[in-house]
Design a protein around this ligand. Structure first.
Ligand SMILES: Cc1ncc(COP(=O)(O)OP(=O)(O)O)c(N)n1
Ligand SMILES: Cc1ncsc1CCOP(=O)(O)O
Ligand SMILES: [Mg+2]
Length: 545
């Protein structure tokens, strides 16, 4: 691959008296500043321009595309991609498709006058930075769009020349091709054909290799767009997805690993929208393309096992969040008080003493019957803690056991743990809830009924109550005894787990205090300051079950 270079691109549409780039520091250096007031003909709009060039302006992409009822591609993918990339996205709908993971069952084209009306509504009112196009189902719609772009110039035009859906259905006919070639592509800052579309654009010449893709990129560039990205995802016999980027001077081969998944519906729309989003934020073209490719690769990898629909090609998850909902339940079911029964709390010093890693200790605990695990790694470096947490998370998830992080909300967020356990001097519970969102589990240490009441108000899920008995594991920790535990249990609206000095010899006594919301015991040394964690956990489990 050629080495990176600073691109000197002009992101404005061709043949137009272009807008200045007054509010884009990055692009300022890449474009020719012109008088801002030349931009719009009417004075109301000039005023709007003044307002929008303030520092609070939000990067804005307008997508001109078709709706996909299955929401994997089209307008819906564009909206999700822009939201995921933190860019505002407005929409002009060119067609409504009845579509799912099997294919396209129907297409209803929006009359061109109404496409024009939508374009005018958005472009005359909002400050659009970048226009991205998808399905343009008729020549007249292409013409209407080009006319609108001449009237309301934007800083960049990203053209995804959608002609055939991923399921093989034709989304725009041959007349549109003329519109692409003659009007739209000459205005484009980048065009992003896949192999089939590139082949159609250059006159139905089949592309079989990266070398063919380069040739096609050059020929498409000759049609007028400033940059061309020929996407090689569909190239047969390749273990990598190689895209060819051509800026008119240099070729770049952008490689990413081919993700083995059926969930690729909407990758083209998403890629083009991501490019548009990054351009709207001020990226150079090459870095916008690279960021977009990386985003797709990550999202596909994350979504590789999602099951949405019965067809051959499923949508993927732009927000990298759905998998967790599936895997370990959410909402009402995400945490069950019975999870507290045998609560294993790790201690790095103890594991070190016994020569085992955190992951080995956690594996033994869950195999021995621990029903929830907390990583309490007081002296670990953040990076090491995070790495260990990721490994432990996999172990716990494979056993259906929730994994919580002690104290460190940042680590919990970074590894997407199931929740946290926090004390009275850690992050306030209400703030932790805001940071972690409604789905994560939050446990709070409480010694008194007042603290338990406050934890409930602040959105905790359970209470850790102790130390019940004296312990060497936590210094300066007041012991509250069985009486203190009872008092908290009797007033707490949340389930309670007892902690502190609990082990084989006294666990049953604790559980037998007769408080219905005492759901289990949390133990550190009784499991981890022992030679065999597996055996100790099994034995303790037997005592309290
Ligand atoms: C289940 C459970 N209960 C109580 C604690 C103690 O938490 P905290 O008071 O924040 O003290 P540290 O563990 O941070 O020293 C706990 N960790 N787990
Ligand atoms: C973290 C914590 N919080 C209250 S007591 C305690 C330590 C419990 O450790 P052990 O189970 O070894 O007594
Ligand atoms: Mg703490």
């Amino acid at each position: 691959m050629a080495s990176a270079q600073v691109l000197c691109c002009h992101f404005d549409c061709r043949g137009v008296q272009v807008a200045p780039i007054v509010s884009f520091p990055v692009w300022n250096s890449l474009t020719t500043p012109k008088n801002p007031t030349l931009r719009f003909v009417n004075s109301t709009l000039m005023q709007a321009d003044m307002i929008h060039t303030s520092q609070n302006k939000i990067p804005h992409v307008l997508t001109v595309a078709g709706s996909d009822s299955g929401a994997g591609a089209g307008i819906q993918a564009d909206l999700k991609a822009c939201a995921a990339r933190r860019v505002y996205c407005s929409t002009v709908i060119t067609a409504v498709t009845a579509q799912n993971t099997v294919g396209v069952q129907g297409v209803d084209i929006v009359p061109e006058d109404f496409v024009a009306e939508q374009l005018k509504s958005v472009l005359s009112d909002m400050h659009v930075d970048v226009v991205k196009t998808g399905m343009l189902p008729s020549l007249n719609i292409v013409k209407v769009l080009c006319g609108s772009l001449r009237k309301f110039p934007v800083k960049a035009l990203v053209v995804d020349p959608v002609m055939i859906s991923t399921s093989g259905d034709v989304l725009s006919g041959p007349s549109v091709l003329t519109g692409f070639r003659e009007e739209l592509l000459p205005m484009a800052d980048i065009v992003t054909p896949n192999i089939k579309e590139a082949s159609v654009l250059i006159g139905d010449v089949p592309l079989k290799s990266v070398s063919d893709m380069r040739t096609a990129a050059k020929l498409i560039h000759d049609l007028g767009p400033r940059n061309v990205l020929v996407k090689g995802g569909d190239l047969p016999n390749s273990s990598e997805a190689i895209d060819v980027f051509f800026d008119g001077e240099e070729f770049y081969e952008l490689c990413s690993s081919r993700v083995n998944t059926r969930n690729t519906h909407g990758t083209g729309c998403t890629l083009a929208s991501c490019i548009a989003a990054e351009l709207a934020k001020g990226s150079s073209m090459l870095s916008a393309v690279k960021i977009a490719k990386h985003f797709i690769e990550t999202a596909l990898d994350y979504s590789r096992d999602l099951i949405i629909g019965n067809g051959a090609q499923g949508p993927f998850d732009h927000f990298l969040a759905l998998k967790n909902i599936n895997q370990h339940s959410c909402g009402q079911n995400r945490f069950h008080p019975n999870n507290l029964l045998l609560y294993a709390v790790t201690d790095s010093a103890m594991n070190r003493r016994w020569g085992r890693s955190i992951a080995e200790a956690v594996k033994a605990a869950v195999e021995g019957g621990a029903t929830i695990v907390q990583l309490r790694e007081k002296d670990a470096e953040t990076r090491d803690f995070l790495d260990a947490a990721k490994v432990c998370l996999e172990i716990c998830r494979s056993h259906g056991v929730p994994l919580l992080i002690n104290d460190r909300i940042d680590v919990a967020l970074a590894c997407d743990a199931d929740g946290v356990h926090i004390g009275q001097s850690d992050m306030p519970t209400n703030l932790a809830r805001t940071l972690l969102g409604p789905e994560k589990i939050i446990g709070v240490s409480c010694k008194t009924p007042d603290q338990a009441q406050q934890a409930w108000i602040d959105g905790a899920d359970y209470i850790g109550c102790g130390g019940v008995y004296p312990t060497n594991t936590k210094s300066n920790n007041r012991t509250i005894g069985l009486e203190g535990l009872k008092e908290v249990c009797q007033t707490s609206k949340l389930p309670v787990v007892a902690i502190g000095g609990i082990g084989l010899s006294n666990a049953r006594t604790v559980m037998e205090i007769g408080e219905p919301n005492l759901k289990g015991v949390a133990v550190v040394s009784a499991l981890f300051d022992r030679e065999c964690v597996l055996t100790e956990t099994r034995n303790l489990h037997a005592v309290i079950s």
